[in-house]
Design a protein around this ligand. Structure first.
Ligand code: ADP
Length: 476
């Protein structure tokens, strides 16, 4: 595969070759027309001199063709106007040769019949034969009454014009070839100079493996490559923190999983040793094993939900009515709330339909986790779930009258495995993953979640999700 610099050099060369060819053609054309114009001017001058002599002869004579033809047709007169490169020939109006300059030798200008209404006064033609090209200018000599008397042919060989053009073309070709070589070589080096920082960047990036994510390029350049290096550093920042989060998650998860596993292991050993002899040991050990394995199962399913929620775009989404999801969750939890003596209710105006695009299972889990926590941390009073519209957002509030939260810790509650006050944590079962799952689900739906302590006691968790514009409110 050709390198970028070779491709750039070749591209330049091709572009410049095209420019040179077009330029050469234009110069060639201009040069040729300039030389022909010059030849034409000199022919016209000779023709004018002949015309003047013809006029004088016609005036001094008795009129008619005779004085003119007599004055002009002798070769010596015609030779006077001819030169090494210029030829003169005089014809009758009918096309018969009256005389020609001696340098024409056996050659003769072809007869020329003026045509057109007013008998064209002048005509230029370029005639060619093997010997070369001749530029020919023909004029009708007229008397004072504008009657044609004779026709004069003045010609000039274009051989030296052709030779000049050929020389010019040769010079142009050599200069172009030399310019092309210089430009190709120069563009190769210019491309190498421009690409050098990219190569250094590639090398520097190659040095940074997953083990050296803390390294940064920190290039101070202000050009495109500098910006690329800056973007690369920013990407490394994100990668490094993502890796750190993953590592943290693995270490937290192993730590969290180890506690129930240790308890299960210890109780299994107790069972082995004393289980068949002591029914009390058997009962408490089996209870502990069942409780801790339940906790393990909860954690594993929580982690699976988290990884599903973090999969982002892979989740299939559909339009959902948020009020209906909230009602469903509240209906499911109503029995548990009643058994704990807590008033659980869902609030929204009848007929409100706030539509969000999302995954029904995940959004139910989001609301369920918040309601579950609210019931878990509330010993008396109420838990209220409310859905409302706030501009382009659908807002879900889950408010309780429970233990409340510390405002300073409000953000940390959403970290994986974070469990608030150890005293609470011990009395309330949980894995510390519930709110992390809530935040992941909210994020994957383009939303946010925040927690606040309520001034009257208890806490309120607020989720904001983008609402579809076609959502409608009762009475609107
Ligand atoms: P878990 O409930 O399993 O401990 P979560 O992630 O659901 O884990 O909650 C993390 C912590 O947030 C809880 O341990 C608790 O301290 C606090 N928390 C969550 N919901 C509430 C609530 N409604 N009232 C008071 N504290 C809460």
């Amino acid at each position: 595969m050709t390198s970028l610099r070779t491709r750039i050099a070749l591209l330049y060369a091709a572009l410049i070759a095209v420019v040179i060819v077009i330029g050469a053609l234009a110069i060639d054309l201009a040069f040729r027309s300039l030389l022909i114009d010059q030849a034409r001017l000199s022919l016209a001058e000779t023709a004018e001199q002949i015309e003047r002599v013809a006029e004088e002869a016609s005036v001094s004579g008795l009129g008619g063709e005779a004085p003119v033809t007599l004055a002009l047709s002798s070769p010596s007169t015609l030779d006077h106007w001819a030169s090494a490169n210029e030829y003169v020939q005089l014809d009758t109006v009918a096309g018969q040769v009256l005389g020609k300059s001696t340098n024409l030798g056996g050659l003769t200008f072809a007869p020329w019949e003026p045509s057109g209404r007013d008998r064209a006064y002048e005509f230029v033609r370029v005639t060619g034969n093997r010997a070369g090209t001749v530029l020919e200018l023909n004029r009708v000599l007229v008397d004072e009454n504008s009657r044609p008397l004779a026709i004069v042919h003045v010609g000039q060989r274009l051989d030296n014009v052709d030779a000049l053009i050929a020389t010019a073309r040769g010079i142009l070709l050599w200069i172009s070839a030399a310019a092309l070589v210089v430009i190709v070589v120069a563009s190769y080096f210019v491309a190498a100079w421009a690409i050098d920082p990219i190569e250094r960047l590639t090398f520097a990036v190659a040095q940074i493996g997953s083990e050296r994510l803390d390294r940064r390029l920190r290039w101070q350049r202000r050009d495109e490559v500098g910006r690329l290096a800056g973007a690369f550093d920013a990407m490394l920042d994100r990668l490094q923190s993502a890796f750190a989060r993953e590592r943290q998650f693995i270490s937290d998860a192993s730590h969290e999983l180890r506690t129930p596993l240790t308890i299960i292991n210890a109780n299994a050993q107790m069972l082995q040793r004393w289980g068949d002899r002591d029914p009390e040991v058997m009962k408490t050990s089996l209870e502990a094993i069942s409780e801790e394995s339940g906790r393990l199962a909860g954690m594993v399913s929580g982690m699976l939900t988290l990884s599903k929620a973090e999969a982002g775009d892979a989740i299939p989404k559909e339009p959902l009515v948020l009020e209906r999801l909230a009602d469903d969750v509240v209906d499911h939890a109503r029995e548990r709330a009643a058994s704990e003596g807590i008033a659980l209710a869902s609030h929204h105006a009848d007929g409100d339909s706030t539509i969000v695009i999302g995954d029904a299972g995940l959004l139910r889990q989001l609301i369920g986790n918040l309601v579950d926590n609210a019931l878990k941390f509330t010993h008396e009073g109420s838990v209220d779930v409310a859905v409302r519209r706030e501009g382009a957002f659908a807002v879900l509030d889950v408010a309780d009258t429970g233990t409340g939260i510390d405002e300073g810790e409000a953000d940390r509650l959403f970290d994986r495995f974070f469990r608030g006050d150890p005293a609470h944590a011990r009395e309330a079962e949980g894995t510390g993953l519930g709110l992390a799952i809530v935040r992941s689900i909210a994020r994957v739906h383009g939303g946010t979640v925040e927690a606040h302590a309520r001034p009257e006691g208890g806490s309120i968790f607020t989720v904001r999700l983008p609402a579809e514009p076609e959502s409608f409110t009762a009475g609107s």
